[in-house]
Design a protein around this ligand. Structure first.
Ligand code: UDX
Ligand code: ADP
Length: 475
């Protein structure tokens, strides 16, 4: 580990400001501050509640191991504030780590990324800079966004020099701390080798230099989209095969294990599920699709779009299976929803398959009792309201009644299952494996169904108790 003070291009010690204290900015900056005691790291956000939470015992992001790291660095060289201008002024390296959701309006709606927040950050940096700065894009962005950031920055001042770098984040939620600690690679794209090395020096505090890949800006930006598209494609591929397994009597977990031993394929990202979620996969593929269409490559666009379509099909197929197995109606039947986060070990629900399955079950008039160990009641209601309201954002009276009458949130998996006709397992939380299924079975209506959307539970054990169990891609 290097302990030398990291110096900026002007010979000053490196001082970092990160705009955006979310799932990426928060953990990434906490790790940098933890590993680089000589670097001041200032994380800012426009949302005062988020900043207050980062300064409290209850962080806004649930991530195993994160609190320990934050606690050690907070007050030493890690600060969370809402004073964006002051933090920018003090820094010589600014990270942009704000959200870039898919556009819901105007040109490219449903496909292109909404760059409003990134653009605002670039303008705020420009307005508050009177010394040279390295500006690092951390948000996932469409290829050539750096060009726009550069133009905004350079048009603001003729005296201050900005070097723009692309440094995409590859951490996965739930394992962010490990991913940050032992990254497969750090990717830095840019035009200025001095600026690239300045950022590389930060990572070299704990990452071996051979893991730091230097590229041009566009390669770096496109690599992030491509990595997520490839990962999502693997999940959609195995999910497509899961449908065939259910029809033919093959077992998708056996197929995945068999093909995963081929070293050319490898075992990771072959777990069939109710469908992928998260803030990145769908957004990044749609971004790629938009980009291909923009550059006149409709065949390439359609190829990648199919990965998202397959994911939509997988979510819909799961609900359809529930309805079919439950004698073609779930109307007024209580269904326990176990898990709402898009994967285990996170409180993030963005694009979670659970939201879509719940919406479709509510349309069938099922009564849902939802439990997730980390997702709050407010978040669950917000997600369902948002999806059910649709593009105009307004719930009709009928939709509001449906949500009020048919959705409750439970405090435990057992409470959710009490008196239910079925359990739909949506997130692979470890604690679900340890439930007392004997007593859960006794408390449920019969036949007692379990729809395991993650192939998490022991089918034989459940069948022996008396459950009617349905898993993904299993006979
Ligand atoms: C992803 C990328 O992995 C990460 O590199 C990038 O920085 C951000 O996007 P994340 O979305 O946090 O990370 O989680 P990931 O582990 O990739 O899972 C995404 C979704 O795919 C989850 O819903 C997960 O449950 C699902 N998944 C993953 C499967 O259904 N099966 C698998 O085999 C793997
Ligand atoms: P990600 O998963 O990419 O980290 P999040 O939505 O969790 O996305 O976090 C993004 C954060 O960026 C939010 O907390 C939001 O309030 C913040 N943000 C958005 N625009 C700005 C801005 N102009 N300046 C500072 N913070 C911003």
């Amino acid at each position: 580990m290097t302990t030398n003070t990291t110096e900026s291009t002007t010979g000053e010690p490196t001082k970092i400001c990160c705009l955006g204290a979310g799932y990426v900015g928060g953990p990434t900056m906490a790790m940098i501050a933890h590993q680089c005691p000589d670097i001041d790291v200032h994380v800012v956000d426009l949302n005062p509640e988020r900043i207050a939470a980062w300064n409290s015992e209850e962080l806004p992001v649930y991530e195993p191991g994160l609190y320990d790291i934050v606690k050690q660095a907070r007050g030493r060289n890690l600060r969370f504030t809402t004073d964006v201008p002051a933090a920018i002024r003090e820094a010589n390296m600014c990270f942009i780590s704000v959200n870039t959701p898919t556009k819901t309006f105007g040109i490219g709606a449903g496909r292109a990324a909404n760059l409003e927040f990134v653009e605002k950050c670039a303008r705020t940096i420009a307005e508050n800079s009177d010394t040279d700065k390295v500006v690092v894009e951390k948000s996932t962005l469409p290829v050539r966004t750096a060009e726009s950031v550069k133009r905004i920055l350079s048009s603001a001042s003729s005296t201050v020099k900005f070097d723009v770098l692309s440094n995409p984040e590859f951490l996965a939620e739930g394992t962010a701390i490990d991913d940050l600690l032992k990254p497969d690679r750090i990717l830095i794209g840019g035009d200025s080798s001095a600026a690239i090395e300045k950022l590389a020096d930060v990572y070299k505090h704990w990452v071996p230099d051979e893991k730091i890949i230097r590229t041009n800006l566009w390669s770096s930006e496109l690599s992030k989209l491509t990595a997520n598209a490839f990962l999502a494609q693997r999940v959609s591929s195995i999910n497509a095969i899961s449908a065939l397994c259910e029809a033919t009597g093959a077992d998708v977990d056996e197929v995945a294990a068999a093909i995963g031993t081929d070293s050319r394929i490898g075992p990771k990202f072959l777990k069939a599920s109710v469908g992928f979620g998260g803030s990145c996969f769908q957004k990044d593929i749609l971004n790629l699709v938009y980009l291909c269409e923009h550059f006149g490559l409709p065949e390439v666009a359609q190829y990648w779009e199919q990965v998202v379509k397959m994911n939509d099909y997988q979510k819909y197929r799961f609900t359809t299976r529930i309805v079919k197995k439950m004698f073609n109606t779930v109307s007024s039947k209580k269904i326990a929803i176990w898990g709402f986060a898009f994967k285990k070990d996170t409180n993030d629900t963005r694009e979670s398959a659970a939201i879509y399955v719940c919406r479709d079950l509510l349309e069938e008039r099922a009564k849902l009792t939802i439990f997730d160990p980390q997702v709050s009641l407010e978040q669950i209601r917000k997600d369902l309201e948002y999806l059910i309201a649709g593009p105009n954002g307004e719930l009709t009276d009928a939709e509001r009644h449906l949500l009020n009458d048919n959705v409750t949130v439970a405090k435990s998996a057992e409470e959710a299952a009490y008196g239910a006709h079925a359990i739909a397992l949506m997130t692979e939380w470890d604690e679900f494996k340890d439930c007392d299924f004997q007593s859960i079975y006794k408390s449920m209506m019969k036949p007692a169904f379990v729809f395991d959307g993650r192939n998490l539970l022991d089918n034989q054990m459940l069948a022996d108790i008396g459950f009617d169990i349905e898993s993904i891609g299993k006979p």
